[in-house]
Design a binder for this molecule. Structure first.
Ligand SMILES: Cc1ncc(COP(=O)(O)O)c(C=O)c1O
Length: 484
C-alpha cells in the first residue's frame, strides 16, 4: 500500500495504517517481536499525522497485536497460531443431564463477595451504567407514579415490545409487537421457548461446549441433550448437524446464533442460513440464544438466524442482562408462529415481568443512551480480552490453548487431559478466586480439562494478581499429576 492509496481509500486513515501493518505481518515483512517504526518516522513515510499513527498503534495494542514498552516504543506481539482450543469429537448419543450440584457450587462461589468473580459472565461490570439507569428510573417513577409498580400485561410493556420488534427491521424481519414476549431474562425466554416446541423425553441438540444454563434447563424439563461439537473459530458446521439429525430423532435445537458461550466463536451468516434451511427442511425448530449478539468485536453484528427462516421455525431469545442490567431480569422471545403458546406458558410461569424495569429499559433505549453505552462497552471488553489473553499466554505458555473470542465476555482455556478443572475450581476457591470448571459445559464430561474465565470485570491489580495465582494453581495441578 502506498501513500497515495492511503489517501484515496474511503477507510479512515488510522484504519489504513492498521491494515498496512496487518498485511505486512501476514506476508512476513514484519515479524513477531519486531520493533515498529517510531510515530514520527511512520508519519513521515506515510504522510499522515503523528496522532493518526498513534491512534493506529493504540488500536493494535487494544487488539493485543502490539505491545507498548515504556521508553522503548511499540513491538509486534507473539501470536501463537496453535493456541485455539480443539474441536470436540463428533455427535455423541443423547443423554440425560445431571449438572445441578456443580452448578450450585459455582453459583455460590460467584456470590461470595470476597471472591474474585472470574467464573461469572457479567460484562456490564466493566462499565457500570448505574447512574444513567437510576436517573431514568426516577424519571419513570415521577411520570408514571403508582402505575409503574402495578402488574403489567403478560406479554410485556407494549412500547418496549414495539421497540424490540422495530429493531429486527434492520434484518428485514417483519415482526410486530405481538410477536415479542417479554420474559424474566433470557433464561426464562429459553425455558418458555423450549416448552413451546418440545416435551419431556425429547432430544434437544445443543452446541458442545454449551452454556450450562441451557443444560440445566434441559435437565429440569426431563429432556435429553445431544451434543454437537463446534469449531473454536467458526462455530457449528452444517455437516456435523446433518450427521446428528440423520442418526438421532432431534426434536429441537438450542444454539447460540451469533456469539457462542463459552467458545466466543461467531457463526458466519452463510453457515447460519444453511443451518436454518437444513433444520426447516426437517421441520426442526431452532431456538437461537442471542444474548451476546450485541457484544461483537467483528466489523458488524451477526444476523439473527430468524432472518433466514421461511417456515417460522426459528425462535429468537435474548435479554438486556449482558448489555445493561442483569438484575432487572428483562429478556424477550421473538416469534410469530409460537407467540400465543409462549404467552400462555409465560402466564402460567410468572404472570409478567417487572413493569417498572421494562419501562426504564424502554426509555434507556429510546433516548439513545443504550446505543452509546453499547459501543463503549464493546470497546472496553475488547481491551480486557486482549489484556487477559496476553497475560494468560505469558503465564501459561504452551500449557494451555486459549480461545480468541470474536465477542462476548469469556475465554475458554483448554489444558492437556492431566488437569482436572473441578479440582482447580476448589483450589482457586481456597484462594478466593471463582472460575467455571469445564465439566459444567457438557453433560458427558467432555471438558474436564477446560476452564472458562470471564474478562467482564474492571481491570485492576486484583485481577492481575488473581490471574497469577490461578495460573500457578493450574501449573502445580499439572505438575502434580505428571509426577504421579
Ligand atoms: C449464553 C447465555 N444464554 C442465556 C443466559 C441467561 O441470561 P439471563 O441472565 O438474561 O437470564 C446467559 C447468562 O449467563 C448466557 O450466558
Amino acid at each position: 500500500m502506498t501513500t497515495s492509496t492511503l489517501r484515496e481509500s474511503n477507510t479512515y486513515l488510522y484504519q489504513q495504517v492498521i491494515n498496512l501493518i496487518t498485511e505486512m505481518r501476514v506476508n512476513g515483512t514484519l515479524q513477531a517481536g519486531q520493533k515498529l517504526p517510531s510515530l514520527r518516522n511512520l508519519s513521515n513515510s506515510l504522510s499522515v499525522s503523528i496522532p493518526t499513527v498513534k491512534q493506529a498503534y493504540i488500536e493494535l495494542e487494544r487488539q493485543g497485536l502490539v505491545l507498548a514498552k515504556p521508553k522503548s516504543g511499540y513491538f509486534l506481539t507473539q501470536q501463537n497460531k496453535s493456541v485455539q482450543p480443539k474441536k470436540a469429537r463428533l455427535p455423541s448419543k443423547p443423554i440425560a443431564v445431571s449438572r445441578q450440584q456443580l452448578i450450585e457450587d459455582v453459583f455460590k462461589s460467584i456470590h461470595q463477595t470476597q471472591n474474585l468473580p472470574l467464573g461469572v459472565a457479567n460484562p456490564v461490570a466493566v462499565l457500570p451504567i448505574t447512574k444513567t439507569l437510576n436517573r431514568t428510573m426516577r424519571r419513570v417513577m415521577s411520570v408514571m407514579g403508582d402505575k409503574a409498580l402495578f402488574y403489567g400485561p403478560v406479554a410485556g410493556y407494549e412500547p418496549l415490545r414495539r421497540q424490540l420488534a422495530f429493531s429486527y427491521m434492520e434484518y428485514a424481519l417483519t415482526l410486530g409487537p405481538d410477536d415479542i414476549i417479554i420474559t424474566n431474562g433470557a433464561q426464562e425466554a429459553l425455558n418458555i421457548a423450549l416448552q413451546s416446541v418440545a416435551k419431556a423425553g425429547d432430544v434437544i441438540a445443543v452446541e458442545s461446549p454449551c452454556y450450562f444454563g441451557i443444560l440445566e434447563l434441559i435437565e429440569n424439563l426431563g429432556m435429553l441433550a445431544l451434543e454437537v461439537p463446534i469449531c473454536p473459530e467458526d462455530g457449528l458446521t452444517v455437516q456435523d448437524l446433518q450427521k446428528a439429525i440423520n442418526i438421532h430423532p432431534v426434536k429441537a435445537c438450542v444454539f447460540s446464533s451469533t456469539i457462542a458461550n463459552p467458545m466466543g466463536c461467531v457463526l458466519a451468516d452463510d453457515a447460519k442460513q444453511q443451518i436454518v434451511e437444513l433444520l426447516e427442511k426437517n421441520d426442526i425448530p431452532l431456538i437461537e440464544d442471542d444474548v451476546y449478539g450485541d457484544l461483537y468485536f467483528t466489523e458488524k453484528r451477526g444476523t439473527p438466524a430468524q432472518k433466514y427462516s421461511k417456515k417460522g421455525l426459528v425462535i429468537t431469545c435474548s435479554s438486556f442482562s449482558k448489555t445493561a442490567a442483569p438484575a432487572y431480569r428483562i429478556g424477550w422471545i421473538a416469534t410469530h408462529k409460537f407467540s400465543q403458546k409462549c404467552v400462555q406458558i409465560k402466564r402460567a410461569m410468572s404472570s409478567s415481568s417487572s413493569h417498572m424495569n421494562q419501562i426504564t429499559l424502554f426509555e434507556f433505549v429510546r433516548t439513545g443512551d443504550y446505543e452509546r453505552y453499547l459501543s463503549q462497552l464493546r470497546s472496553v471488553l475488547l481491551t480486557n480480552k486482549s489484556r487477559m489473553r496476553n497475560k494468560l499466554q505469558q503465564l501459561l505458555g504452551d500449557n494451555a490453548r486459549i480461545s480468541d473470542p470474536k465477542g462476548g465476555a469469556v475465554l475458554w482455556l483448554e489444558f492437556d487431559k492431566s488437569i482436572n478443572s473441578a479440582e482447580v475450581f476448589q483450589l482457586a476457591l481456597q484462594q478466593n478466586i471463582s472460575v467455571s470448571p469445564g465439566t459444567l459445559f457438557s453433560p458427558s464430561n467432555r471438558y474436564q480439562h477446560c476452564i472458562r474465565l470471564s474478562y467482564g470485570l474492571p481491570w485492576d491489580d486484583r485481577v492481575e494478581e488473581g490471574l497469577n495465582v490461578f495460573a500457578s494453581i493450574c501449573l502445580k495441578a499439572k505438575h502434580n499429576t505428571n509426577n504421579l
